[in-house]
Write a protein that binds this ligand. Structure first.
Ligand SMILES: O=P(O)(O)OC[C@@H](O)[C@@H](O)c1c[nH]c2ccccc12
Length: 270
């Protein structure tokens, strides 16, 4: 089977080259310096301090599932997530594989989303960081499997320089060494990006090996309040949830039902 991650990263490099002909990195950086004087809301704080810890994802399509919600609107769904109690929103901005766009972040902001927004893409080049900041994101995802340690450290430095936080995604014990770079949040992806299969056991196995003071986020394959409870018990304070919400007729309502179940469970425990 062809490794999907390799295919995506190859494409990303070509796409960056093409986009770089329209605006090069230096121009984008100058635009950031001129236009972005605000301090975006902190994803790490939102996750650590919110009651739910849920980062609800706007994802219209995926390589494993195809179209999940082709007509899903970035002007209504992220805001519905926020109203349902999401701590933060994740927005897929890759177009070819996930049906996303940078504009979806600005559309969500314009619709009234004030919680932190995670810019979700396969970042391999700093021009993507500038684009993330320009469209209104608070944080970017960096994926250990796409970057060597030096590249990852460099991108993290640039992200911090322009006021973005970093959620660093890891998937295997070998990748945990990247956590020493000091990201704002440490993510464990339950999905193998080679095959796209998910298994929450990945988070449970790796959590004890992460630095004790890391803000820990479990990503992918989370579909119920029970799973969130198990992950919370294992030390996670953030839960990145996409498909199980997006495939519902009303993603906002689905999230609100899940949060109600979480609250009921917390009530029975105390
Ligand atoms: O839809 P799910 O299984 O709830 O997963 C959400 C999110 O974790 C997933 O979209 C994701 C995690 N890391 C990524 C990296 C790139 C693209 C997508 C992802």
């Amino acid at each position: 089977m062809k490794d999907i991650l390799n295919e995506i990263v190859d494409w990303k490099r070509r796409e960056n080259e093409h986009l770089g002909r329209l605006f090069d990195g230096r121009e984008l950086r100058a635009m950031v310096d001129r236009q972005c004087r605000d301090t975006p809301p902190s994803l790490a704080r939102a996750v650590a301090e919110s009651g739910t810890g849920i980062i609800a994802e706007f994802k219209r399509k995926s390589p494993s599932k195809g179209w999940i919600k082709a007509d899903g609107s970035a002007s209504t769904i992220p805001l519905a997530y926020q109203n349902a109690g999401a701590a933060a929103i994740s927005i897929l901005t890759d177009e070819r594989f996930f049906g996303g766009r940078d504009e979806y972040v600005s559309m969500a902001r314009r619709s009234g989303v004030t919680v932190p927004i995670l810019y979700k893409n396969f970042v391999v080049d700093e021009s993507q960081l500038f684009r993330a900041r320009l469209c209104g994101a608070s944080a970017v995802l960096l994926i250990a499997a796409c970057l060597d340690m030096a590249q990852c450290a460099g991108l993290m430095r640039t992200a911090h320089d322009i006021g973005l936080e970093v959620l660093l995604e890891m998937h295997s014990e070998a990748e945990l060494e990247y956590a020493a770079l000091g990201p704002d949040l440490c993510g464990i992806n339950n999905r193998n990006l080679g095959t796209f299969n998910t298994d929450v056991a990945t988070s449970l196995a790796l959590a004890p090996l992460l630095p004790g003071d890391a803000v820990k986020v479990s990503e992918s394959g989370i579909g119920s309040a029970d799973t969130v409870a198990v992950l919370r018990q294992a030390g996670f304070s953030g839960f990145l949830i996409g498909e199980s919400l997006m495939k519902a007729e009303s993603p906002g309502k689905e999230l609100s039902d899940m949060i109600n179940r979480m609250k009921k469970q917390a009530g029975t425990c105390s």
